[in-house]
Design a protein around this ligand. Sequence first.
Ligand code: HPA
Length: 272
Amino acid sequence: MIQQLQEATDFIRSKTNQYQPDFGVVLGTGLGALVQDISIQHSLDYADIPHFPVSTVESHSGKLIFGELGGRNVVVMQGRFHYYEGYSMDQVVFPIRVMKLLGVKKLFVSNAAGGLDPEYNTSDLMVITDHINLQPANPLIGKNIDELGPRFPDMSEPYSQHLVQQALDIANQHNLNVRTGVYVSVPGPMLETIAEYKYLRTIGADAVGMSTVPEVIAAVHMNLPVFAVSVITDLCVPGKIKKVVLLDILEAAAKAEPNMTLLIKELIKRQG
Ligand code: HPA
């Protein structure tokens, strides 16, 4: 594994003129427009990078983009890998590990999620303060990769409190209505039954989605501080539940995109 990570990292360095990104960004479903705010220096197709999984979901385009965002050097994953696509957890988090080897100091993650808190509306932003992992596997199972991190990583602060606070300050300054809450990660790909939504609410979640937590676990393992934000694309509260179609999710994500882009860009601008 470590050798594959190293080969991918060396390849990327050779193709990007040794470009040094300081921050990593993962763009979720329907949230690719942040890329328009980047002055792009290099762009690599996942398919060209050794050992990189290739994206199969149509709403994800599969590029690693290097450039400047908010005056900082970033590497952006346009399109991520989900466990439900059939990838192993090692594959799902492969790019996150590569970003760390490339030298990023913080990770910024976005996703589309269903809202479980009855106060939420579609296209709201929820800054993730904690998570519940209901994925059937996780990327740390198996022999520990000591070069990356410890066998038993601490999970008392998977989302940097400092970054959460900075994000809330930015939201305040820009009059963005931002929520904070707990994200639960489920395997999917089917959406939840009404009974499952009630269960997820009961166990303490405010939003539900099919990604992010494996990546966050891999990042925490490597001691990489994380900021993550969900765009609420549908409401999973009894009485408000509608049949969900991907088009509606993409539409709600598109509506929230300017706010999410502003939040992440301003937050990255503030990092030293
Ligand atoms: N459930 C799970 N994942 C999701 C949802 C949902 O309601 N909306 C967007 N991603």
